[in-house]
Write a protein that binds this ligand. Sequence first.
Ligand code: HEC
Length: 148
Amino acid sequence: MLKIVIITMFGIYLSASDISSSLVEQQINESFITKFEYGKMLYNNPRGISCAKCHGSNGKGMIISTFKHKTKEFIYTCKIETKDITKISFEKFSAKLEQDNLAMEKIKFQKHQVCEKMIYGNTMPKYFLTKNEQDSIYYYITHVKEQQ
Ligand code: HEC
């Protein structure tokens, strides 16, 4: 008899903890969707021109345009393109968005990298996004493929 009571109690305990853990999971999922959706919205429609226009719909990069640049000796065909921004650290991501020259990594261009030097830092607009907004966009682009 006691055995049955214990087993029953154990059963109740198990199902109760199952329910509560599934509730927690649901809550995590809901906040995941919220943050993901919020990041998606900001990525496509920040205060300013859409990131997706220059970085592609999921941040994997794209060719934006090409132009010709003439110097005395040469004519360069320059390609304005973006690289994958889904694999960089949040620090690097945030520094770029704030155009924080001290936090941004200094790139030394070679003499022949005429196009790269012109494009770097001169194409991407400045944004005024809070850390929380930056974090949501970062979250979106680093999780977007899991949703597709
Ligand atoms: C008008 C085009 C344009 C728009 C709009 C734009 N970017 Fe960029 N972005 C670029 C270009 C071009 C580069 C590469 C050259 C450079 O770093 O200046 C770049 C670089 C970056 C980098 C640095 C990548 C690295 O590896 O260092 C990040 C991060 C970034 N963009 C995020 C964003 C986010 C987030 C948005 C929207 C809030 C956005 N960009 C909007 C053109 C754009």
